[in-house]
Write a protein that binds this ligand. Structure first.
Ligand SMILES: Nc1nc2c(ncn2[C@@H]2O[C@H](COP(=O)(O)OP(=O)(O)OP(=O)(O)O)[C@@H](O)[C@H]2O)c(=O)[nH]1
Ligand SMILES: [Mg+2]
Length: 396
């Protein structure tokens, strides 16, 4: 599972990325600091079932922090995108190809208003961040249209000649974006485009691209630099959609994660406070910096970074956590590792889907599964439930 960080230049995408992954990404207060994409791993939290057994787990593909399972997700940070990128403005939109695999986008917006539409510094409060919200949906749709447009004349005629079903042909073309046949069916049904594909107008292709964007790249907004945003400016941004706009301070989160890594503080991402380990080990400036972060977190209920990641993964993508095991009696691997792996799957995924996630051969040669909590045998179509522990039996 992967999420992409997008937005205009100089808003804090790389700071958010670095905070989430602790990968060293270049950060600077001018536009287009990032040119090539940064990739890294971050984690989402879920209560670990090992607590039900009263025994410590032995995670392999994930981590466990005192009863909280940390499940990896990929993060990708790309160059800044400006309005008109599809016409070549700024760095264009070709670099969005790096986001093909991303199943959800986090739109980082500068809630402080200190950057103009191109990302140049103009002073806190000088630019209305609400103006930056709408353009992204358009630019992502133009990018998708660009992918559809490549060789479209030939492709559209071929679809008609082979009497191939339009939804299958288009889905195959957009499979790299994570578009499924079900998605394509839904999109085409909703649009009611003419049957003759080669007669579709550029406007109709754009309409199609917009709908494909909605199903394949849902967008969540991080109202970043909330630590220095004028309160009424931040509020006006949240008023656009208080479900989809989450205030963040990527800078505070980065400082906290680095201080935690350096052993100076005890901080668990997502929490609203932290503990200074040994106050006498800190310089005056460090203490002052940390205390101002603490005040900011108290106002915001945390830095918002972990909240954004988890909202994207659990709410927008509707993911659940499942634990495949080989030994259903002991919830362990063959080697005796307790609850070694945790996987994120979309709600509605079946036992066979999980088998495919683990290994394509497991999916192909799926025989049955066992729900390790109930010890009941379940079939390929069994719909996985949150925190399920499942043994997959395969062979052939
Ligand atoms: N006060 C404050 N400053 C921030 C925050 N996040 C980022 N910044 C600052 O904003 C500037 C830009 O940060 P970057 O992370 O490089 O921004 P970007 O969006 O990746 O920029 P480009 O790669 O140029 O598109 C830097 O000076 C950061 O220190 C934040 O939450 N609060
Ligand atoms: Mg950057």
């Amino acid at each position: 599972m992967e999420f992409g960080l997008v937005g205009k230049p100089n808003v804090g995408k790389s700071t958010f990325f670095a905070a989430a992954t602790l990968v060293d990404a270049e950060i600077a207060s001018y536009p287009f600091t990032t040119i090539d994409a940064n990739r890294g791993v971050t984690y989402v939290r879920s209560p670990c079932p090992h607590t039900e057994l009263g025994k410590q787990c032995n995670p392999v593909n994930s981590k466990c922090d005192d009863g909280t399972r940390m499940i990896p997700v990929q993060a990708i940070d790309v160059a800044g995108l400006v309005a008109g990128a599809h016409k070549g403005r700024g760095r264009g939109n070709q670099f969005l190809d790096d986001l093909r695999q991303a199943s959800v986008l986090v739109h980082v917006v500068d809630a402080s208003g200190e950057t103009d539409g191109e990302g140049n510094l103009v002073g806190v409060g000088a630019h209305d961040p609400r103006e930056d919200v709408g353009f992204l949906e358009d630019e992502i749709a133009y990018w998708i249209k660009g992918i559809l447009d490549r060789g479209w004349d030939k492709v559209s005629k071929q679809i008609e000649l082979t009497h191939n079903r339009t939804e299958i042909a288009l889905q195959e073309r957009l499979a790299g974006l994570g578009v499924t046949q079900g998605d394509m069916h839904q999109v085409l049904n909703g649009l009611g485009l003419p049957e003759k594909v080669s007669k579709w107008t550029p406007d109709q292709l754009m309409e199609l691209s917009r709908e494909v964007r909605k199903v394949s790249k849902p967008i969540l907004i991080a109202a970043n630099k909330a630590d220095k945003a004028p309160p009424e400016m931040l509020q006006s941004l949240m008023d656009l959609d208080d479900e989809m706009v989450i205030p963040t301070s990527a800078e505070c989160e980065l400082a906290l994660r680095r201080a935690d890594k350096a052993g100076l503080i005890d901080y668990h991402p997502g929490e609203a406070d932290f503990e200074i380990k040994d106050p006498s080990a800190l310089s005056g400036a460090q203490t002052k910096g940390l205390e101002s972060i603490r005040t900011c977190m108290a106002n915001m209920g945390g830095t918002g970074v972990q909240k954004v990641i988890e909202k994207a993964v659990f709410d927008m993508l509707d993911s659940i956590v499942v634990y495949p095991v080989e030994d259903e009696t002991h919830w362990a691997s063959k080697k005796g590792h307790l609850l070694p792996d945790a996987y994120l799957v979309r709600r509605g995924a079946t036992a066979r889907d999980l088998a495919y996630v683990i290994h394509s051969e497991f999916g192909e040669k799926f025989i049955r599964a066992v729900n390790a909590r109930t010890r009941r045998v379940v079939g390929a179509d069994y719909e996985l439930q949150e925190n399920d522990i499942v043994k997959i039996v395969w062979g052939g």
